[in-house]
Design a protein around this ligand. Sequence first.
Ligand SMILES: *Cc1c(COP(=O)(O)O)cnc(C)c1O
Length: 429
Amino acid sequence: MSKNLETPSNRPPSIDQIARAISDLDLPHPLLVDAAREAVKNFNGGNVVEEARKIGEITSRKLLSDVINATGVLLHTNMGRAPIKIETQNEHFRFSNLELDLETGERGSRHDRSSKLIARACGAESALIVNNCASAVLLVIAALAEGSGVVVSRSELVEIGGGFRIPEILEQSGAHLVEVGTTNRTRRKDFEKAIIKNNVSLALKVHQSNYRIVGFTETTDISEMTDLGVPLVADIGSGLLDSACPWLENGPPKWLTGEPAARQSLESGAEIVTFSGDKLFGGPQAGIIAGKAELVELCAQHPLARAVRPGSLTMSALQNVTISYLERRGSSIPFWEMATTSVDELKERANKISTKFTTETSATPGGGTLPGVEIPSAGLQFEGDHVKFFRQQHPPIICRMDNDKTVIDLMTVHPSDDVFIDAAIKKIY
Ligand SMILES: *Cc1c(COP(=O)(O)O)cnc(C)c1O
């Protein structure tokens, strides 16, 4: 509650007084001053401190903070895609051996650790980690095809959300696009012909990711695109490591069917695969380039590699996830833990909150993967639109509307956050 400031006549209190009156908001002083200034600018005789408080609260809510994802979208781009565990920082500051070779004491490569582990986990000779999959594709094409042609099927000229478009990425990389086949059908012959006629140095297969072409279609699988005389790069995007999911006790979930995986793409003959760290891989935002050692090395040596290299926080988070994969501990990867929760378990949690509102729901993978796929789930459902109410809780609870009903899907909610949902519901009912 704001302090009652004595104001002579109708003049608002000073900026400093207002800023101090709202100092209970958890904001650094300069931002409180900004809020006070704006409130004074808007002053029209009302309660200027309350106005400043409102502005300050909005500023505070715009900061990056934890939210509860109750949308049932497992990889929600607006909420940072895959959920990650941040190791609690210890009290001391810490350095890492990011570029230090502990054997020789000399400068080492930041790619020596996490990259080697990832290569091991997906069966590649070598790997390189960059900022995201978009930069992985950019770098691979720049390093392997600058100044020449890249053949891509007309059915795979993808746009991923947020402006990642294959034709534009090719252009930015200094290569030119050689389109082959048609929207619905592309065959090996189409690639062969294009490669003979043009100055082509790379074949690119792009996972359609967020759309499907159905009906009279024909696609060229990776295994049919080998030995074209140019290296084959498969941008699988989604980052499934191995289609057998050996890190899951019960093997791959049904909804995963047909999703390309890094290990199998390499086994089928792709020389390089690229994928995101924060989609089905379940790690932090990153891009992974994995495959033949000499091609990965060309990428690492390219000047762009320096511009898209990740820092030690990313490397360290990625290393943790990769170790979990190598130890086949899917349950310690938050994404897989969440994605394999049984409907019964979710129903039980929903019932604990309120049997009256328990409902079955459909979760979705999200993150531009597996369009149209539904994952059986459970949660809570209420009449009317309470989406904004939930979003305004602390921490914010993000849920969705479905046919005039507010739906809370528990698959994407960590069990320890159920109490917040329970508390929010008790405020309405
Ligand atoms: C998602 C995706 C990308 C972009 O990945 P970011 O990590 O978001 O940069 C690129 N290619 C494909 C096929 C994708 O699915």
